[in-house]
Design a protein around this ligand. Structure first.
Ligand SMILES: C[S@@+](CC[C@H](N)C(=O)[O-])C[C@H]1O[C@@H](n2cnc3c(N)ncnc32)[C@H](O)[C@@H]1O
Length: 224
């Protein structure tokens, strides 16, 4: 799977390129992340890509031309890439959407800054807007990294252990509780059933715990 990322801060992506699950997946060639410095598509000597908003008001707006040229360049090599603008106004990023996106071969992520992008980019150049939550962050880079991470986890070969795909939300339930050594610490003991070696009982207990946790913390998920 190919991720092309349009950003003013390509170095931010070193965080996921160099460490953790995404880095491992890149090393094994299951995915690649290519960052594009949007300033390289500026046509002025100061490398500006933003300007004042029509109608006045604070903040700057990212201009059409550099973004459009960059998308055009990416599409020359990858005509079918799905172009996604990370935006607080987008469709919420949920497990189901991450799974759908993981079926694609190529995704282009546009990271906004300032007040965001000129509306004509959204109207004309973007396939979809995605939000990571009902709050505003300062730029699309962190949102893009969240998307890359969760989408990558849905590619079967990326996670060595397929059981991790039973994480929270995979079945509209939260995950069951996990324990590791020691068996007892500060008078807190691991539930007996997990030490029993009886796999069927363990599976039943985990399924019950999963439902219980969902009921307690996220009743809304049970509707699905
Ligand atoms: C300061 S925000 C602009 C917010 C915009 N003026 C608004 O209120 O809709 C700058 C950039 O951060 C990114 N961003 C902010 N919040 C986001 C969210 N919840 N999900 C995804 N991207 C977000 C977007 O790319 C956005 O263009």
């Amino acid at each position: 799977m190919y991720f092309d990322v349009i950003t003013l801060f390509p170095d931010m992506f070193n965080a996921i390129k160099n460490e953790g699950i995404v880095a491992r997946a890149i090393k094994k060639s299951y995915l690649s992340i290519h960052t594009w410095q949007l300033r390289d598509f500026s046509s002025n000597k100061y490398k500006n890509i933003d300007d004042k908003p029509y109608g006045g008001g604070g903040g700057m707006v990212m201009q059409v031309k550099p973004i459009r040229d960059c998308i055009h360049k990416i599409k020359q090599a990858n005509p079918k890439t799905k172009v996604i603008y990370l935006s607080p106004q987008g469709q919420p990023l949920k497990h189901k959407l991450a799974k759908e996106l993981s079926m694609l071969d190529s995704i282009t992520l546009l990271c906004g800054r300032y007040e965001g992008v000129d509306e004509r980019i959204i109207e004309h150049d973007i396939d979809m807007e995605i939000s990571i939550g009902d709050y505003v962050i300062s730029g699309g880079e962190l949102a893009a990294m969240v998307l890359i991470d969760t989408v990558s986890r849905q590619i079967p070969s990326v996670l060595g252990n397929a059981e991790s795909l039973n994480d929270s939300f995979a079945n509209n339930l939260l995950d069951y509780p996990h324990y590791t050594r020691p068996e007892v610490i500060d008078n807190q003991a691991v539930p007996e059933v997990l030490l029993s070696g009886h796999q069927a009982n363990i599976d039943t207990w985990r399924a019950e715990q999963s439902i219980k946790k969902t009921q307690e913390k996220r009743k809304d998920l049970l509707k699905n």
